[in-house]
Design a protein around this ligand. Structure first.
Ligand code: FES
Ligand SMILES: [Fe+2]
Length: 375
């Protein structure tokens, strides 16, 4: 007889529809963990910045001196005004508040405060910009809003950085970006990404390129969930026709080129590694039932520079697949809001989902016990 698996049930609806739970969990995931916040290549030059909105906060991620990257709360130390308004741009060599011109250098030090020189006891060094922790992994930017991050980004990545070194992500460049506004809880997006049981029905085009039962999941880790799926014979990559238009990424051996690796790097990065390109989804919770998803397609600079380079085969394939996924996630969000919803049983082909649910429950428990889980 084939192996049997113990039944695991999906979570109660409140984990996806309760605004109070949502407010609490945002702090558990985005208030204490390292979360993905874009790419270092977005801010190549001194003074370049991007804004990131999360947890009701606005963060300025800026390139400072000697290539350093800093993250500051977008809050002036005079009377609290936001310092930057545009979602990206250049601060120039200083960050200057538009209200009364308090001015900070790129290291966050207050270097100009008009009409404060006669104020008794005022010392500029007491008013630097408030920092968030920032770190990078192979070109990917991560932020941590914890007062003192309990662990390093490297510790949270739990070995993923070593595992995916062959893809050379730090060398890749984003050729395309599409931003989606999805009416579903962010955890449903992680769920959807972590199983392909839905692929035959929802993604007929994907099913032609990779059999939905070819997925092999790794045992779930605190920091990630994922595995790999095999490309069918004659298929070179996930694109509209599966044809090879670009070389395999330089660090990959022939066997790695026969798979697509899919990893949810918790809490908010979905990392899809193809033989010839990498796709990232960054999840930004915008409400209990709403998620902004930034999807980017990364290619080797040599491929981008080659005559006739066109990312469209990969972008259009995934844009269609993404929209199919977002649609079912939105339909699921609607169903979860019904009084008739009850937790239902997972298939053994959905094994990463109960693993993620266990992490959700553990994190909730540890915070309720007053002992935040590290990570
Ligand atoms: S609030 Fe920024 S200078 Fe006054
Ligand atoms: Fe899907």
């Amino acid at each position: 007889m084939a192996d049997r698996f113990p039944m695991a049930l999906s979570l109660p609806a409140r984990y996806y529809v309760d605004p109070e739970y949502y407010r609490a969990e945002l702090e558990w995931y985005f208030g204490t963990m390292w979360f993905h916040a874009g790419r270092a290549e977005e801010i190549p030059n001194r003074g370049d910045y991007v804004l990131r909105e999360v947890q009701g906060e606005s963060l300025i991620v800026v390139r400072g001196d000697r290539g350093a990257i800093h993250a500051y709360y977008n809050v002036c130390r005079h009377r609290g005004t936001r310092l930057c308004e545009g979602s990206s741009g250049s601060t120039g060599s200083t960050i200057r508040c538009p209200y009364h011109a308090w001015t900070y250098d790129l290291d966050g030090r207050l270097i100009g405060a008009p009409h404060m020189e006669r104020v008794e006891g005022f010392r500029p060094e007491d008013y630097p910009l408030a920092r968030a922790a920032v770190d990078t992994w192979d070109g990917l930017l991560f932020l941590n809003l914890g007062d003192r991050p309990g662990e390093t980004l490297r510790a949270q990545l739990a070995g993923m950085d070593d595992l995916f070194r062959p893809w050379g992500m730090g060398d890749l460049r984003a050729a395309r970006r599409v931003v989606y506004d999805v009416a579903a809880n962010w955890k449903l997006i992680v769920h959807n990404y972590s199983e392909c049981l839905h692929c035959p029905g929802v993604h007929p085009a994907l099913q032609k390129l990779s059999h939905y039962l070819s997925g092999e999941n790794e045992p779930a880790d605190d920091g990630y969930l994922g595995g790999r799926m095999a490309l069918r014979d004659g298929i070179a990559t996930l694109s509209f026709d599966g044809r090879a238009r670009r070389a395999c990424l330089l660090g990959l051996d022939a066997s790695a080129c026969r798979y697509v690796y899919y990893y949810a790097v918790l809490p908010n990065l979905l990392l899809s590694l193809h033989p010839d390109y990498v796709m990232t989804h960054t999840l930004w919770p915008r409400g209990v039932g709403r998620t902004e998803i930034v999807c980017e397609w990364l290619f080797h600079p040599d491929a981008i520079a080659a005559p006739g380079f066109d990312a469209e085969d990969a972008v259009s394939f995934w844009d269609l697949t993404n929209r199919q996924d977002w649609h079912v996630c939105e339909q699921m969000q609607l169903g979860l809001g019904s009084r008739a919803y009850r937790p239902g049983p997972y298939s053994h082909r959905e094994d990463l989902l109960p693993a993620f649910d266990r992490l959700i429950l553990e994190r909730e428990r540890s915070h309720q016990d007053g002992k935040p889980a590290t990570g």
